[in-house]
Design a protein around this ligand. Structure first.
Ligand code: GLA
Length: 688
């Protein structure tokens, strides 16, 4: 293809914002999702096994109370064994057999694993890494996400599948690709990157102005001179690279979504499976054009980190601000950690119910049975290589039985939170590109807030641009990239009666990752707060805080500019510069309160801050619960369902505020208190 044509194609493919195409789930897909109760199942790879074995597997799944299988996401070479020859008969039979066993199906498009005929005949489809090395066949994710040839084949297989299965009543929905991850640095990406920059800036002079390229003589004469880098480069380039990669993935997914939507029944929803905090693209933007968020929940060292898992579930729920799926989780252990230890007995069940408590409508295990050969022979599974159950299958089957019992009560319920924490990709990226201290970690700051709020208050973890109007309290830790439009949105929330806490490192950068010329946290917020950040300090030692606790990694010396600005906390004696300076300040704005907290705090410091700030936090769902017990709530207009878990190692007794119906008892029974064994779970219904 002549290069001009290529660039026109890529420009057409990549620079038109796709996100607006289907900004909301199609109504029928949304309804289908709401009507779902609890799905329970596994990844299954019929293409890896003789057909004579399929029915045995499906019967065993059914016996384990499973009702859904995800299939085909790596089966491209079986579905299209040679170019343009499609073979779906085997898949028809697998889906029909699944239906016979009351198992619904999620179909994956197989584009994470192109067949050898494709990459051999069209080597331009192969991914090139940042060092310029082209991938070879024999692994997965070895495709270039900008290759026009690859797009053609990816669209065609997705279209063929949709034409074939788009009206099959046993197909619940679609998963596009699998764990989108690695960008490519090949020539077609370079062309697309330059087209993206041209579209974004119009003229190279504008790029030079925004990026301030007089610095180090970095000025560009043409867009084509701008290199492709993902680390160790100019911070504006790095941020734009992430935005370009995001738009490219949106487009990559979008073309598959388009052919599936136009060839399928509206009730079939579309998702992709993501990896919690993965920083490769902006997940909020990617999910605009998807009906459902889904993620893969793994703990490689065999120790569940309960709070981290809460945060990750809430993060994924926030992608679309609706219930989500756990598309994959480990039946005990994985094969890609340093020590792939097994989760202790009870924890696989504990994890499944914790997911539901945070808004999951499905939990699927990866995988049913290890492939007879291949890279993942050692990964945990529900059957062994011999096709016989492994010990954890009993625990999984028990969980499936419980899901079935609680399904009706959970149908149509959602998590409702009065507290929001804001999470922002631009900001996360910006502080990662220029960390200034290895002690500051964006995810840890968010996780520490969760720890401070305890395990009995629902929290939403959402994008800063989301509608904030119904939250009592909004926290924005490290909202580093804070352009005026966003500041205005936050101030509107506060003026209308909200309480906003901006955490350390907030408002330092504008949209181009440049320092705010009006100072930190930006002129609009400085005016509203009556205070500014006079200087920031990366701490090599903790800085004592008054009245209590210590600053850990980062501390900002605040300066008040207005008589109405109230100082909530100050620094004690430490690095000298900070000693006695304001560390947290508050100002009334309209009907609400704007607070700036300039330090990352240890647990004692955070409790002191919460007291000093007198935040209108909601009461916990249950008062006086043991520290290792988590209380989760899902609600519908008619009732609440509480999921209570003992994450500790000792038995725990929990008194309930009102009688509730124990949904996991063999006969639903009214209870006023519950006793939980270590890793124990109770699921209770409270009628309003
Ligand atoms: C990811 C992939 C799966 C499998 C698991 C193993 O989540 O999506 O195909 O490789 O990891 O943990």
């Amino acid at each position: 293809m002549p290069s001009q044509q290529l660039s026109a194609l890529l420009a057409a493919l990549l620079v038109i914002p796709q996100a607006t195409a289907q900004a909301r789930p199609q109504p029928a897909a949304a309804t289908a999702l709401r009507q779902q109760s609890l799905e329970f199942g596994t990844a299954w790879y019929p293409e890896q096994w003789p057909e004579s074995r399929w029915e045995t597997d499906l019967q065993m799944m059914q016996d384990a109370h499973m009702n859904v299988v995800r299939i085909a996401e790596f089966a491209w070479s079986t579905m299209e064994p040679s170019e343009g020859r499609f073979e779906f008969v085997w898949l028809d039979r697998a889906i029909a057999l699944a239906a016979k066993h009351n198992m619904k199906v999620v179909l994956g498009t197989p584009t994470a694993a192109p067949p050898a005929w494709l990459t051999t005949k069209y080597p331009d489809t192969l991914r090139v890494d940042e060092n310029g090395t082209r991938a070879e066949h024999g692994n997965r994710q070895h495709f270039s996400f900008t290759s026009p040839t690859y797009r053609r084949f990816a669209i065609r297989i997705a279209e063929q599948m949709a034409k074939h299965y788009g009206h099959n009543p046993n197909i619940l929905g679609w998963q596009i690709d699998n764990e989108l991850a690695a960008p490519s640095f090949d020539p077609s990406t370079r062309t697309a990157w330059h087209a993206w920059l041209r579209h974004h800036y119009g003229t190279v002079a504008e790029l030079n102005r925004k990026w301030a390229t007089a610095y180090w003589s970095e000025a560009y004469d043409t867009f084509d001179e701008v290199p492709m880098h993902s680390t160790h480069e100019h911070p504006a380039l790095l941020l734009d690279w992430k935005r370009f990669v995001t738009d490219t993935w949106i487009d990559y997914v979008g073309v598959q979504v388009a052919v599936i939507r136009s060839n399928s029944a509206p009730a079939q929803w579309i998702t992709t499976n993501t990896m919690h905090w993965f920083q490769g693209f902006d997940h909020y933007k990617l999910h605009v054009n998807l009906d459902l968020a889904a993620w893969d929940d793994y703990y490689q060292e065999g120790h569940l980190d309960v709070v981290r898992n809460m945060v990750q579930h809430d993060l994924v729920r926030g992608f679309k601000q609706q219930n989500f799926w756990v598309m994959e989780t480990q039946p005990g252990f994985v094969n890609w950690g340093n020590v792939n230890a097994m989760l202790p007995p009870g924890v696989v069940r504990e994890m499944a119910w914790q997911a539901v408590g945070h808004g999951a409508d499905a939990v699927l295990y990866w995988q049913w049975r290890p492939a007879p050969n291949g890279q993942e022979e050692y990964h945990g599974s529900l059957l062994g290589g011999d096709g016989k159950p492994v010990p954890v299958l009993k625990e999984v089957a028990r969980t499936g039985d419980e899901f079935a019992r609680a399904a009706d009560a959970l149908r149509g319920t959602e998590v409702h939170a009065d507290i929001a924490i804001l999470q922002d990709y631009d900001s996360h990226w910006a502080v990662t590109f220029q960390p200034q201290t290895i002690k500051y970690d964006y995810e840890t700051e968010i996780t520490n807030l969760y720890r401070a709020f305890g395990m009995a208050r629902p929290i939403d973890l959402i994008a800063p641009t989301a509608d904030l109007s119904h939250y009592r309290v909004v926290f924005a830790p490290g909202l580093n990239v804070l352009p005026d439009a966003l500041a205005q949105h936050l101030l509107d929330y506060v003026r209308n009666g909200g309480t906003l806490v901006l955490g350390a490192r907030s408002g330092m950068k504008d949209v181009d990752n440049a320092l705010q010329t009006g100072g930190q946290p930006g002129s609009l917020l400085i005016a509203a707060l009556g205070a500014r950040v006079a200087q920031y300090y990366a701490l090599d030692k903790p800085q004592p805080m008054l009245p209590a606790g210590a600053a850990t990694a980062w501390a900002e010396q605040l300066e008040t500019l207005d008589a109405g600005t109230r100082v909530l906390m100050t620094y004690g004696k430490g690095n000298g510069w900070l000693d006695g300076a304001p560390a947290a300040v508050e100002h009334s704005v309209g009907k609400g309160h704007l607070i700036y907290l300039g330090a990352t705090l240890d647990a004692a410091g955070m409790q002191a801050f919460l007291q000093a700030a007198k935040l209108p936090l909601p009461e916990p769902l249950l008062a006086s619960i043991p520290a290792d017990v988590e209380v989760m709530e899902r609600t519908s207009p008619q009732h609440h369902v509480w999921i209570i878990e003992n994450h500790g190692q000792e038995p725990r007794h929990v008194d309930l505020a009102q009688p509730a119906n124990n949904l996991l008892a063999s006969q639903p029974t009214a209870v006023k208190s519950i006793d939980l064994e270590p890793h124990g779970v109770a699921v209770l219904e409270v009628v309003k």
